[in-house]
Design a protein. Structure first.
Length: 113
């Protein structure tokens, strides 16, 4: 994970002590390993120090796999998108469940429980 990405993570955050925004000068990488980054963030206004460990990180993507990933992000054929009414219907369904809610579970699934 490079410094630019780490700075972007903190660009919209502020100090919990004084509410001042963090700047690029606030972020320090203390330790960098394959899947671990230890970050120190120091508020430039009040001096409060924060420590953060970021596990994982950015892995360089294989250029051949990138095309498949981009395809997955494109709109695919399938069922219609969930609309507002679908959400309300689901909410009302769950809200109105009573002690006989098991009747909605198919018999073959009940046997597996």
């Amino acid at each position: 994970m490079n410094k630019k990405i780490i700075n972007m993570l903190f660009s919209d955050m502020c100090c919990s002590e004084c509410k001042s925004d963090f700047t690029e000068d606030s972020v320090f990488v203390l330790r960098k390993e394959k899947n671990l980054n230890v970050i120190q963030v120091i508020c430039q206004h009040c001096g409060k120090s924060f420590g953060i460990a970021l596990l994982g990180g950015c892995v360089e993507k294989d250029k051949t796999k990138l095309a498949k990933d981009e395809l997955a992000l494109q709109i695919q054929d399938g069922p219609d998108a969930i609309c507002y009414d679908d959400v309300i219907d689901a909410h009302n369904f769950f809200k109105n469940l009573d002690e006989s809610w098991e009747k909605y579970i198919p018999e073959d699934l009940k046997k597996k429980l």
